[in-house]
Ligand binder design. Structure first.
Ligand code: NAD
Ligand code: IPM
Ligand code: MN
Length: 358
């Protein structure tokens, strides 16, 4: 069966890192282990430039017809003053809700070879393997009402609303418990129960869903403590489940445990097997066009695509092993470089992964 993969390079370093992930997938296409057709389309600033919209109709149509989507990243300072509806980030948020991609899996794994690249002490991070399950379609990112209004005294006030319904919490909790069952069976739900009603319901529903997973050891932690514990003793965690914004923040934090934000892949899944795969980082405008971005998060996202959407776990494992092999060869992009290693470009890193696959 031929899989339809939609490729959305996006903005900034997006096209550079996507090119490397495609090179890696092409190894499998050439050897016949992956039957796939690619379509390319615009998302984000690229969509705005090409079609006047960050999520062009053409992209929406292709997305609805694909088995999986591989995305680089979106955003850039030149778009930051556009009306919100036309900003790149709005395109990303809309494709996520349009396809119902409510479960965002962000694995933070420290490859042994990168222990020295983390800013944390070796013994704190060595062997780290944690999974953040972030709710992606609701919460304060999407709740109504929202806006900027004028108060009676003439001053303006910005406001957003954090909402979660029981069914929205239930389905992300189920994904988190099922994920924990396949791992070390420990789940930590992160919330702000001591202050927010939305967290009160979150905690109640997570506990209720947990009754169907008696083997999973469930704990709860406040977001502020969780942010601290992730740095103090990250290996206490197996799976973390949390809301949209808390998960956004904790996953960038967790990225630094793995050496660099350039190492953290992600999968955004819905109730069917269709998924979108993207690095957890952004378009890195500060280094775009220089050929120095780390493509590994994107290459590892392609591996997640093979595992979760295309049901090709052996190919996913081969990519992961190739990434490990390349790191053992001491090849490093600038973000994970330490002395004694060889500094390589984005394209050289992609080529090295390709070579390690063969
Ligand atoms: P960012 O993740 O783009 O960059 C943060 C820092 O990490 C920068 O110093 C950057 O150079 C570095 N970095 C990121 N990815 C890297 C990689 N692969 N290799 C080496 N270094 C890397 O976050 P930001 O600067 O806060 O945001 C920039 C733009 O990206 C904004 O427009 C933002 O909205 C957007 N953004 C998009 C996504 C996405 O598309 N999923 C995610 C986050 C931010
Ligand atoms: C991410 C990004 C996005 C988010 C932005 C760009 C909308 O930070 O994918 O982590 O907040 O979800
Ligand atoms: Mn983010």
């Amino acid at each position: 069966m031929t899989h339809k993969i939609l490729i959305l390079p996006g903005d900034g370093i997006g096209p550079e890192i996507i090119a490397e992930a495609v090179k890696v997938l092409d190894v499998f296409r050439a050897e016949g282990s992956l039957q796939a057709e690619y379509e390319y389309a615009h998302l984000g600033g690229a969509g705005y430039d090409a079609a006047g919209h960050p999520y062009p109709e053409e992209t929406r149509k292709l997305a609805s017809e694909s088995d999986a989507i591989l995305l680089g990243a979106v955003g850039g300072p030149q778009y930051d003053t556009l009306p919100r509806e036309f900003r790149p980030e709005k395109g990303l948020l809309t494709i996520r809700t349009d396809l119902g991609l409510f479960a965002n899996l962000r694995p933070a794994i420290l490859y042994d070879e990168l222990a020295d690249a983390s800013t944390l002490k070796n013994e704190v991070v060595a062997g780290l393997d944690l999974m953040i399950v972030r709710e992606l379609n609701h919460g304060i990112y999407f709740g109504q009402p929202r806006g900027i209004r004028v108060l009676e005294n003439g001053e303006r006030q910005g406001y957003n609303t954090a909402t979660y319904s029981e069914s929205q919490i239930e389905r992300i909790a189920r994904v988190a418990f099922a994920t924990a069952m396949k791992r070390n069976k420990r789940l930590c739900s992160v919330d702000k129960y001591n202050v927010l009603e939305v967290s009160e319901l979150w905690r109640e529903v997570v506990c209720r869903v947990g009754q169907a997973f008696p083997e999973v050891e469930l704990s709860h932690m406040y977001i502020d403590n969780a942010a601290m514990q992730l740095i103090r003793a990250p290996k206490q965690f197996d799976v973390i489940v949390t809301s949209n914004m808390f998960g956004d923040i904790l996953s960038d934090e967790a990225a630094m445990l793995t050496g660099s934000i350039g190492m953290l892949p992600s999968a955004s899944l819905n109730a069917s097997a269709v998924g979108m795969y993207e690095p957890s980082h952004g378009s890195a405008p500060d280094i775009a066009g220089q050929g120095i971005a780390n493509p590994l998060a994107t290459i590892l996202s392609a591996a997640m695509m093979l595992r979760y959407s295309l049901q090709l776990p052996e190919l996913a494992a081969r990519i992961e092993a190739a990434v490990e092999a390349v790191l053992r060869q001491k090849l490093r992009t600038a973000d994970i470089y330490v002395s004694g290693c060889e500094k390589v470009s984005t394209a050289q890193m992609g080529s090295a992964v390709m070579a390690a696959l063969k």
